[in-house]
Design a protein around this ligand. Structure first.
Ligand SMILES: O=C(O)CCC(=O)C(=O)O
Ligand SMILES: [Fe+2]
Length: 279
């Protein structure tokens, strides 16, 4: 099985993305953003690379640099975090929940000589609980071109349907080869892993995680994106990073207040536990 691809200019992008995710659990959205946007993200994050960790574990990679917190650090990433393909995919896969939201993003630079990452399901992070539905919709922006040789993410299409005891072999994988500016989207149950980099260049990607609102986010968004920072962002982005009520009585603060009152104390928001879907 090869990876389904949809062009970002597809007249019915949401339906095409949804169909691919149903069938394969993954899709490559071709030319989802201009190459210049990818170069801008790389430039904006470059100064933080020194803080990125190398060699923390086999899983994280000993020749792989991971730089966190791209939302507050990259204005260009903020401008595409709510990309129509991401919203369509999230609504399709996680629309069963009252809300779904951003969970984390990480700039992953796979260096020369890195070996392939162990195949995994991202949703395993939730203590391997065998959820009866998808709880994550994740992705990877190609900040550089992704080739099999430079470590393109390897995916097992269709593995979202496999039972909890099934494991896959690297031979079962397909490299998500894509040009700079394309976007791989996949559900939390799809087996995948970073590829081996046999070139002398770096494979740079911006990994995305989104989850249903009733699960803890991977990175603590309220520390990374505090109210005084989020105040300068569009409301829909503030909601997306987590300033929203969700479920049946989750995410409010103080006296049943909407967390947006912490972002905009001058505004009135309804109180109470009821969820307001993000605008
Ligand atoms: O770098 C990649 O291509 C994938 C990384 C990944 O799947 C992860 O760290 O969970
Ligand atoms: Fe992963």
């Amino acid at each position: 099985m090869s990876l389904p691809t949809v062009h970002a200019a597809d007249a019915d992008l949401a339906a095409s993305v949804g169909r691919a995710l149903d069938e394969a659990g993954c899709v490559v959205v071709v030319d989802a953003a201009p190459r210049t946007a990818m170069d801008a993200i790389a430039a904006e994050l470059a100064e933080f690379g020194a803080h990125g960790s190398i060699g923390a574990s086999d899983f994280e990679g000993h020749r792989t640099r991971r730089t966190g917190s791209p939302l507050p650090r990259s204005a260009t990433f903020r401008s595409i975090a709510l990309h129509p393909a991401v919203l369509a995919a999230g609504d399709h896969v996680l629309g069963h929940a009252t809300t779904w939201r951003f969970s984390a993003a990480e700039y992953i630079e796979i260096g020369p000589g890195e070996s392939a990452q162990r195949l995994h399901r991202d949703a395993w992070k939730y203590d391997m609980v065998p959820f009866d539905r998808e709880v994550e919709l994740n992705g990877m922006w190609a900040i550089t071109d992704f080739s099999e040789a430079n470590g393109a993410t390897r995916i097992v299409p269709g593995s979202h349907r496999a039972g909890t005891d099934v494991r896959f072999h690297p031979d079962d994988t397909v490299p998500a080869e894509m040009g700079q500016g394309s976007l791989l989207l996949y559900t939390g149950t799809v087996f995948h892993g970073g590829g081996a980099n046999t070139t002398d260049g770096w494979r740079r990607g911006l990994s995305l995680q989104h989850a249903v609102g009733w699960l803890t986010q991977s990175t603590n968004q309220f520390l990374e994106c505090p109210p005084e920072l989020v105040r300068t962002w569009p409301d829909e982005l503030a909601r997306f990073v987590g300033y929203t009520k969700t479920g049946n009585g989750l995410g409010y603060w103080r006296d049943s207040e909407d967390p947006m009152t912490a972002v905009h104390p001058d505004r009135d928001y309804p109180t109470g536990w009821a969820t307001q879907r993000p605008a």
